[in-house]
Design a protein around this ligand. Structure first.
Ligand code: PLP
Length: 444
């Protein structure tokens, strides 16, 4: 065991990890990266098939982002947003406004997806208090949703595994069904159901809108739930019915934002402009922690007044609007423009789709793809959609096998997740998918 691995095992507690198992197994130490590959301390390189947890867009060590951070370091690394503003924070805000859905006019910076969502929840809540509708306090959430790990964001999440133990700490929400045709229990004929999932939401709104503040949704795909893709039109329908019932729409684009679904934002596919939109992960191209919560003028203006009127939003973090992160954010947007990232993406998405069409393996139950967000669900019995037992850890075994073949991916239960950097070439995407195919074949 290397001395780094020893130090890690002695001192570090890893996220979402059973440490008893972690310390008992050999672990890979990453020392460097180049393009879409990570390099370990033995000099072996691996495809970064989950974009370092869905954050990396343009590859590692991209010269434009590297240089932007270096230049900003020569000026100032950090300064507070309390009583001050800094250059890259203001410049990035202006550039972001030009690419987000047109109804969003202001943003509030934070540091990660969870805090961006937490801010959206708190603002939506305070908005109705300020509007003189104090009864509007409830949130509609989707089953299996994931919006982060703070107490507030776990409250609006729907993954039982992360919830159960904390239930006494969480606020209650009204849960609507997860809109995913493969797993749908509302209808047997997906095409004829008239989007029964959205009708469930409408029913909730019709009955309870006077006490409902907002609905929060991951647009197009519930990522951490296992890449549960929504029927086309679902998001647009949510926008229509939330307007009808005077309820706010919070769209969590933390995983889907910045090109992942093939357009800049998932909202763009259905021309939806929400009341709030939260982004993080890809905002710096996957380099540094930064997040933003966008809102409409209506929300922003409602908070205006004298301090004495108590309309102020009392929330902030030490590193809010950090200049280094914002400089990386500016470089990220520059790459989107200069390298035609979105245009080039379309052929890559199509190439992945064609390759996945050949995944006719016995235990592949469902393949869900939105842009370069891909989930391959493995099931014991595809006819009956019977999942593999949890303890068989089939997804984990496939990912372990893929690592032996030079690809780093992570499972969500028995869903194999593939979310490569947008910078991956068609050849690289096809090669990574060949590895996944082979790994599934070898394990199942
Ligand atoms: N929202 C969504 C949709 C996510 O996928 C995630 C993380 O995966 C989060 C929020 C939380 O983001 P973070 O891990 O940066 O706190």
């Amino acid at each position: 065991m290397s001395s780094i691995e020893e130090k890690d095992k002695e001192f570090i507690w890893h996220p979402f990890t059973q440490m008893q198992e972690w310390v008992a197994q050999p672990q890979m130490v990453i020392e460097a990266a180049e393009g879409i590959k990570l390099i370990d301390d033995q000099g072996n390189s691996y495809y970064d098939g989950v974009s370092s947890l869905w954050v990396n867009l343009h590859g590692h060590r991209h010269p434009v982002i590297d240089q932007a951070i270096i230049e900003q370091l020569g000026k100032v690394a950090h300064t507070t947003m309390l009583g001050l503003v800094n250059v890259p924070a203001a410049q990035l805000a202006e550039e972001l406004m030009a690419v987000v859905p047109q109804g969003l006019k202001k943003l509030f910076y934070s540091d990660d997806g969870s805090t961006a969502v937490e801010i959206g929840i708190k603002m939506a809540f305070q908005y109705w208090q300020l509007k003189g509708k104090p009864k509007k306090q409830k949130f509609i959430t989707l089953a299996n949703a994931y919006h982060g790990d703070t107490v507030g964001t776990v409250s609006v999440g729907g993954i039982d595994l992360f919830h159960r133990i904390f239930s006494a700490l969480l606020f209650e929400t009204i849960q609507a069904p997860a809109p995913c045709c493969y797993h749908c229990k509302l209808s047997s004929g997906a095409k004829l159901c008239g989007m029964a999932c959205s009708k469930e939401v409408e029913k909730i709104l019709e009955e309870g809108h006077e006490e409902i503040a907002a609905i929060i949704v991951e647009p197009l795909v519930q990522a951490a739930a296992g890449m549960l893709t929504q029927p086309p039109g679902y998001l647009k329908r949510l926008r229509e019915i939330t307007k009808k019932y005077n309820v706010l729409l919070l769209v969590d684009e933390v995983a889907t934002g910045f090109g992942r679904t093939g357009k800049m934002f998932a909202c763009d596919h259905e021309e939806v402009s929400p009341d709030f939109m939260m982004v993080a992960k890809g905002i710096t191209g996957g380099y540094l922690p930064l997040a933003a919560t966008f809102m409409t003028d209506e929300i922003y203006n409602t908070f205006l007044g004298d301090y004495a009127q108590q309309r102020t939003f009392y929330h902030g973090h030490s590193y809010t609007g950090n200049p280094l992160c914002c400089a990386a954010g500016l470089a990220n947007l520059k790459i989107f423009r200069d390298e035609n990232v979105l245009e080039n993406l379309q052929g890559k998405i199509e190439a992945a789709r064609n390759k996945l069409a050949g995944f006719t393996l016995k235990h592949v139950g469902d393949i869900r793809q939105r842009g370069l967000i891909i989930g391959i669900e493995l099931v014991e019995n595809p006819q009956e959609k019977i999942p593999f037992p949890w303890e068989m850890a089939v997804g984990a075994k496939v990912c372990k096998k893929a690592r032996e073949h030079g690809l780093i991916i992570r499972p969500i239960g028995s869903v194999v997740v593939f979310m490569p950097p947008l910078a991956s070439t068609i050849t690289e995407i096809e090669h990574m998918l060949d590895i996944i195919y082979l790994s599934i074949k070898e394990v199942t």
